[in-house]
Ligand binder design. Structure first.
Ligand SMILES: C[S@@+](CC[C@H](N)C(=O)[O-])C[C@H]1O[C@@H](n2cnc3c(N)ncnc32)[C@H](O)[C@@H]1O
Length: 319
């Protein structure tokens, strides 16, 4: 069967979790299509979430797929173990709780296909207790891995005025965060910030609604989330390790939702000629139809890297 025909059938058959609509699924399947003729295919999905992409890839590759999936969020791991129990019991799926930046510590071997779908999942955003959203009142947490690390509350209440200004400028790409930051530093002297609504309320009061349809706290919350989870740092650390773990001709697909993150991926892919090369000259973006249907897709960018077929000495054996 031709690619178009198979992909259409896969997309009709696959039942995604109602909690999270995966982004650019067709484009990800297309990216991995050239590996379809391999007799067996090893997949690494470093951002399992609710397993939407994993489900589609399992449907496309069928029984020849052997997978390792990872997430740093305990809920995502629980979901993976429960929803895919038969695959786990069959030893066709290994579920690992952890940060994909620690990939090489797990000794997972080499892979034909690898993917990262960066950022947060809809269930993380929609659960008030996780503190990611200005629409729900919850603690200012924002940690994807709740087993440790600093929370947004700690950063907001302890960083200096300069540090906060820099954080919102660098990670939130907010040109003039000064008035909001000054108000935060002023208000926290009386009472430390504890909840998402307290912070969102302050931003609304100070900045007001400037962009139609976009809550004024959007960029501030994104910057805090990126800082809490060191999201740019982990991509920078992880990508070279992931690229080295590709089998010859293997492919790594990375979906980003932030321009700085995309820049990091673009540069690492372009500047790794010893490992392989980017598959497409231009970044791949979602269709207009997908953006209309799923607002999360609007900022999505997909880049694909292909491992070269030579330079096999120096590499660990596949298992
Ligand atoms: C956008 S969601 C992935 C959704 C998934 N592709 C799906 O279709 O359901 C991102 C997931 O990656 C996880 N995540 C983000 N950064 C991570 C990291 N550095 N290490 C491990 N998991 C990470 C988050 O906890 C979240 O569950």
């Amino acid at each position: 069967m031709q690619m178009e025909e198979v992909l259409t059938k896969v997309l009709q058959e696959v039942a995604f979790s109602p909690e999270h609509e995966p982004v650019m699924v067709r484009e990800i399947l297309e990216a991995f299509w050239p590996l379809m003729d391999r007799p067996s295919v090893r997949l690494f999905d470093g951002t399992f979430g609710r397993g939407g992409h994993f489900r589609a890839l399992s449907t496309m590759f069928g029984n020849k797929l052997q997978s390792v999936v990872m997430d740093q969020d305990a809920e995502a791991i629980r979901h993976a173990e429960e929803s895919f129990r038969p695959l786990v019991e069959d030893k066709r799926l290994r579920v690992v709780k952890g940060n994909f930046s620690e990939f090489s510590e797990h000794d997972l071997g080499l892979f034909d296909i690898m993917m990262l779908d960066l950022g947060v999942s809809s269930p993380q955003l929609d659960t008030a207790d996780r503190g990611f959203s200005f629409y729900h009142d919850g603690p200012l947490d924002m940690r994807m891995n709740q087993d440790g690390g600093v929370t947004a509350e700690t950063i907001l209440n302890t960083a200096t005025e300069d540090e906060l200004n820099r954080l919102f400028q660098d990670l939130g790409e907010i040109r003039r965060p000064y008035r909001v930051v000054r108000a935060v530093v002023h208000d926290r002297k009386t009472k430390a910030f504890q909840s998402t609504k307290e912070l969102a309320g302050l931003i609304e009061r100070v900045d007001g609604w400037r962009v139609k349809g976009q809550h004024p706290a959007t960029q501030y919350f994104m910057a805090l989330r990126l800082a809490v989870n060191n999201e740019l740092g982990v991509v920078e650390t992880a990508l070279p390790d992931l690229m080295k773990a590709l089998k010859p001709g293997g492919r790594l697909a990375v979906l980003t939702f932030h321009s700085l993150e995309d820049r990091i991926v673009k540069n690492i892919f372009r500047n790794s000629p010893n490992e392989g090369k980017p598959v497409n000259k231009k970044v791949i973006v979602p269709t207009q139809e997908e953006c209309k249907r799923n607002s999360r897709a609007r900022s999505a960018k997909l880049r694909i890297f292909e491992r070269g077929v030579q330079d096999e000495q120096d590499r660990p054996a596949a298992f």
